[in-house]
Write a protein that binds this ligand. Structure first.
Ligand code: TXA
Ligand code: MG
Length: 308
């Protein structure tokens, strides 16, 4: 079943049921060794999944859960390999969407008395493609591969959760998101490190992730007119935080919100819309390179194709 979270829609399955989890991998076309995030109804379920809950994790859980933050912790005994990708850690999150929480609470009520209660859910898109932020996106993306979609309207945040690894000592940022490293550092009282070579695998860390089918290029605002002039005669889409200049031919111009929250909220829907136009290229005007834009800039960089 697909369901909304405050970040993106997830494709959920009973995290303790290997056969159900296998269906997620099949529906997404995702490599089997990529770990999944387990979504929980409440912190009381954490000991089922994590064998250590260090002080930094407690502080972050108190500050940001329910919310768009995933914590990587040392896995508890018996957590299935299909969830962890065979690693000694597990990704956990209490999502901040009322429908997701209602689903998780109903599920953990049903599962009470069982050893594990949690819903494994990757983003409900085909592997490597743009995450869905509406129920329609999920249906368009996965079709009959998903039996039902809980419709909770548009996802508020619009990009995937911030992932922080606390399983190997100091906090390491594995995936930027709406919650910034500065916010995390302020809560735990220590800097957040960037991943090194020993960091666990994150598919989001592969090049060409979150990608539309149309080639996408990031351009700085001052270079946009020259890029458009060079592409004259071709059908081009533009995503920009400023209004369209007048007199452009063959250009589908989409004006994005100026502030980061609105921009992230609309980003994936805009990319899907522009992708469907059959243009030769999507030009995205690069947003500011400031910390609050890190999550958005990360997704745009991965969506951009190396050939342009
Ligand atoms: O916002 C989100 O996090 C959404 C919603 C549905 O909750 N979920 C999501 O799941 O983005 P997915 O599977 O598309 O991305 C989860 C990321 C992957 O990059 C995965 O590698 C990483 O989390 N991950 C999960 N468990 C991990 C672990 N034990 N160690 C390192 N990375 C892990
Ligand atoms: Mg994903």
């Amino acid at each position: 079943m697909a369901f909304p979270t405050e970040t993106v829609y997830g494709l959920g399955a009973d995290a303790s049921n290997s056969a159900a989890v296998a269906r997620i991998f099949a529906a997404k076309g995702r490599p089997q060794d990529h770990p999944l995030i387990v979504h929980l109804a409440g912190v009381e379920l954490l000991p089922q999944w994590a064998r250590e809950f260090p002080p930094a994790a407690q502080k972050l859980a108190t500050a940001f859960w329910p919310g768009p933050l995933t914590l990587i912790l040392k896995r508890a005994d018996g957590v299935p390999d299909c969830i962890t990708g065979g690693q000694d850690s597990v990704g956990l999150r209490i999502p901040g969407h009322p429908l997701a929480l209602a689903l998780l609470k109903a599920f953990s009520g049903e599962a009470s008395g069982r050893r594990f209660s949690g819903v494994a859910a990757p983003s409900a898109n085909k592997f490597g493609r743009i995450s869905p932020t509406t129920a329609e996106h999920v249906r368009a993306e996965l079709g009959d591969a998903v039996d039902s979609v809980l419709d909770g309207g548009e996802c508020d945040v619009g990009i995937e959760s911030t992932i922080v690894d606390l399983s190997r000592g100091p906090a390491v940022l594995l995936r930027p998101g709406q919650i910034t490293p500065a916010q995390i550092a302020a809560v735990i009282g220590a800097e957040v490190e960037l991943p090194d070579a020993a960091a666990p695998r994150v598919p989001g860390a592969l090049d060409s992730h979150y990608a539309p089918r149309t080639p996408l290029a990031l351009v700085i605002a001052s270079e946009l007119p020259a890029r458009l002039a060079a592409l004259r005669g071709k059908k081009v889409a533009v995503l920009s935080r400023t209004e369209s200049p007048s007199g452009l031919k063959d250009v589908s111009w989409q004006t994005a919100p100026r502030a980061v929250a609105g921009y992230a909220h609309e980003l994936y829907a805009s990319l899907r819309r522009l992708d469907a136009l059959g243009c030769a290229l999507i030009l995205v005007e690069a947003p500011p390179a400031t910390p609050e834009w890190q999550g958005v800039n990360d997704r745009l960089r991965r969506a951009s194709s190396s050939s342009y």
